[in-house]
Design a protein around this ligand. Structure first.
Ligand code: CDP
Ligand code: MG
Length: 772
């Protein structure tokens, strides 16, 4: 319909488009009829007539695939017809044969079979709570259905779908781009990832303004965007996916969006969750008292999963897990295995051991033991390697024998965020890495702890995707019943909230206590956050955002790190601090292959700066840049090329933010002075929470980790006088409990006071001398 209008005189278009939009856009505020300039899509075409690059005009012979689509009144039959058509409705390019193949697979997903019902509910409601089993097609299909109904590309808007995890955002965006026809072998694919369908995660924005109409993003990214645009005007529909994970950012977004929905009647919100605990979300999103939000249940089709427990508690879950995987491989019928472990190191270690043991088994008995591949999955893995989990299992050997098997060893990512088809066996040791925050000692840490019953059920469910499966729980049934908590606690109850509180302040939320939380955070945690932000001068004594705080909120960093960057120019070391901050924002740069540990440690020693890890990170980056043209440099120094490349990219992005706020990029030429200044600036931003009774006496650290015993990461030596001088508010001894730290600092104060009084004494002597 728009195209006919465009051939008319622009003055006439203005009137016609208003009529046209009122007729089609049911949500429009009729008291303010939209004009051409309100409508970015039409404005774009209108500008196009004035000389801006126009979209290629469709061939007149091609029938418009979205002909007759009324935004938000679209029905299933129309969508299916458009999907089955030869022309891609979003790009107007012909569909490839690969597209048709994937479409056939999509049609089998439970969500797809309920398209009519979903579109009806979408037409009729502003807010929908959607509940469905993992693997039913929520994440991949619902945003596409929404795109067909909402037609964001005709309004210059976007559909957003949030994910708690970066891995999921990237991987699902790729899958959806493929489903919409990005994987055709023709030279220019019909739909392109990063153009029509995109993703946006911290430090990586793969979207194209004006072209992207569907974007997967981390919940943190959307929340950050809201700090600059609290009404999220760019979006026509926002889908909060994986709401059951109750991450901090999703929780805050739920509070925020409830308010936005009341202001922006044209914004639709869908909250998607894998568990049946929809009542809480339903109640939260009831905009009028007594009227609960609408729930849409996806009828899942899962197969039964048989659960096995151990007779006795397992003393070493890693060893038990490996043993169980090999037992399955030797004795069970065809089907892939999913093993849940807690983190990168553990996963890499397990993969290695499983491979060695499987090779042994095969050597002993290649006739009855099939080939096995073991694939790790965790968030810091490069994207191409993450994609490997979707590879087919190894084929049966050419000489015959049993079928091959794929073993995926994953963190919690595979619990609900990513669905891997073909999994028939799940091995669940019952642990995951969880965050915990102790507001009393101000320490946030991650440690391995028991999962909840809800998590254990989700994990077991992964085995019943394609056929009946088995789940081996490496704990006793008694422990499952009496030891595991019912639900995992929402992150908001166990996180340091300083970053969130700063974001909320930027969002203009005045009353932190009465903000519409799904679950309110503990008051002491809020107090700690306010205290820290006040200490960093991001909030004034009345809790209002300061100019400094507003600048700090612009950096996608923890407040301590953004403060560091901002003050570093005063310490004449902003160039260096930029590097250090970037290096702290990327995965570990040090490689330590199992069979070359000594060589790796020796290489690390050569790059180490004695004053501390922060300066070592700086040194590593500088050396990397100096040797950037030597392809082997990172490899021979046991450094991760990818992490360093990423650090360079992050550094450039942070630099742009610094330039935007006129923060000078400076360095001192005297290296010794520079190194001292860097450590002093670190004290201004990062307050140490404890002094360790080891060499060196006082350190500042970036991360506190609890494993078998507590340890700290990224450490630099500092002098106690600096703490008193640059972090005086924080090291106010009257607020310290009696103990070694207080006594040690008191000594420093006494010593300084001693020097000071001695000087006065000698002054007196001089005066006396003069008198005499
Ligand atoms: O969100 P939900 O767990 O309900 O399901 P989904 O992530 O939309 O996945 C639905 C199906 O899409 C999976 O079962 C896979 O068959 C397929 N899929 C895929 O093949 N590759 C991906 N990267 C993601 C999904
Ligand atoms: Mg999903």
């Amino acid at each position: 319909a728009y195209r006919i209008i465009l051939s008319l005189d622009p003055a006439f278009v203005d009137k016609l488009s208003a009529v046209c939009l009122i007729g089609t856009d049911i949500i429009s505020d009729l008291s303010h009829p939209p004009s051409l300039t309100d409508n970015p899509y039409l404005a774009h075409h209108y500008n196009g007539r004035k000389g801006a690059a126009p979209e290629p005009a469709p061939s007149p012979r091609i029938k418009e695939p979205l002909y007759g689509f009324l935004p938000r009144k679209v029905i299933g039959e129309q969508v299916r017809k458009a999907m089955d058509g030869d022309i891609n409705p979003f790009t107007k390019q012909p569909h490839s044969s690969q597209y048709k193949k994937i479409l056939e697979a999509r049609k089998k997903l439970p969500v797809f079979t309920q398209m009519d019902e979903f579109l009806k509910i979408f037409s009729e409601n502003q807010i929908i709570i959607l509940v469905g089993e993992t693997g039913s097609g929520k994440t991949t299909q619902i945003p596409q259905f929404v795109a067909y109904s909402d037609l964001p590309h005709t309004k210059g808007k976007l559909v957003a779908c949030t994910q708690p995890r970066r891995v999921a955002a990237m991987s699902v965006a790729k899958r959806v781009a493929d489903e919409m026809d990005a994987c055709s072998t023709e030279s220019t694919p019909t739909v392109q990832l990063g153009r029509h369908v995109g993703y946006s995660i911290r430090f990586e924005d793969m979207t194209e303004p004006g072209t992207t109409f569907l974007s997967y993003m981390t919940d943190g990214t959307l929340l950050r965007e809201a700090t600059n645009d609290p009404s999220l005007e760019r979006y026509s529909t926002i889908i909060l996916d994986e709401a059951h994970e109750r991450t901090l950012a999703t929780d805050i977004l739920m509070g925020l969006l409830k308010g936005v929905a009341k202001r922006r009647l044209d914004l639709k919100i869908i909250v998607m969750s894998a568990t049946l605990d929809a009542a809480k979300f339903q109640k939260h999103f009831s905009l009028r008292s007594g009227v609960l939000a609408t729930v849409f249940n996806v009828q899942g089709r899962t197969h039964p999963v048989e659960i096995f427990y151990t007779q006795e508690p397992e003393p070493d879950y890693l060893e038990a897990a490996i043993r169980t995987v090999l037992m399955i491989h030797r004795a069970e019928a065809e089907g892939d295995v999913l093993l849940f472990l807690t983190g990168e190191e553990e996963i890499e270690d397990a993969c290695r051991k499983i491979k060695v043991d499987a090779d042994d088994l095969i050597k002993q008995d290649s006739e009855s033991v099939g080939p096995l591949v073991c694939i790790p999955l965790y968030s810091s893995l490069p994207p191409q390697q993450q994609q490997r989990i979707f590879d087919a299992p190894p084929a049966t050997r050419s000489t015959g024998g049993p079928p091959g098997r794929k073993v995926v060893v994953s963190t919690n990512i595979a619990e609900t965020s990513l669905t891997i088809d073909g999994i028939v066996y799940v091995v669940d040791p019952g642990f995951s890495k969880q965050k915990i925050y102790n507001p009393i000692i101000r320490v946030e840490s991650q440690f391995v702890s028991a999962i909840s019953k809800a998590s254990a059920r989700q994990r077991a469910g992964r085995a019943g995707r394609t056929k009946p499966g088995k789940c081996y729980r490496l704990f006793t049934e008694k422990d499952f019943i009496s030891e595991l908590e019912e639900q995992t606690h929402p992150e908001i109850l166990k996180s340091n909230l300083s970053n969130t509180v700063l974001e909320m302040a930027k969002l203009g939320i005045k009353d932190l206590v009465r903000f519409g939380y799904v679950d309110a955070p503990p008051p002491e945690t809020l107090m700690r956050a306010l205290e820290l932000l006040n200490y960093l001068s991001a909030l004034d004594d009345d809790g209002n955002l300061t100019a400094l705080g507003a600048t700090m909120a612009e950096f996608p960093l923890d407040p301590q790190l953004s403060k560091l960057l901002i003050v570093s120019s005063e310490f004449k070391c902003s160039n260096e601090m930029l590097t250090i901050t970037a290096m702290m924002s990327v995965p570990n740069v040090w490689l330590r292959p199992n069979n070359q540990r000594q060589q790796a440690d020796a290489a690390k020693a050569l790059l180490t700066v004695p004053d501390g890890d922060h300066l070592t990170l700086l040194n590593v980056y500088n050396q990397y840049m100096q040797n950037i043209h030597d392809k082997n440099w990172t490899w021979t120094h046991y450094l991760s090329h990818r992490a360093l490349q990423q650090a360079d990219n992050v550094r450039a992005q942070l630099q742009r933010t610094m330039e935007r706020f006129d923060i000078d990029l400076v360095s001192l030429s005297d290296e010794k002075k520079l190194y001292t200044n860097i450590r002093q600036a670190l004290v201004v931003g990062l307050h140490p929470s404890c002094g360790l009774d080891t060499q060196p006496e006082w350190v500042l650290f970036n991360e506190f980790v609890l494993t078998t015993r507590p340890y700290i990461r990224t450490v630099s030596e500092v002098r106690p006088e600096w703490l008193l001088e640059y972090a005086g508010n924080y090291f106010d001894l009257s607020t310290f409990i009696d103990g070694e730290t207080k006594r040690a600092l008191q000594l420093v104060i006494n010593k300084r006071a001693g020097k000071f009084s001695k000087r006065i004494d000698s002054g007196k002597d001089n005066r006396k001398a003069r008198k005499q």
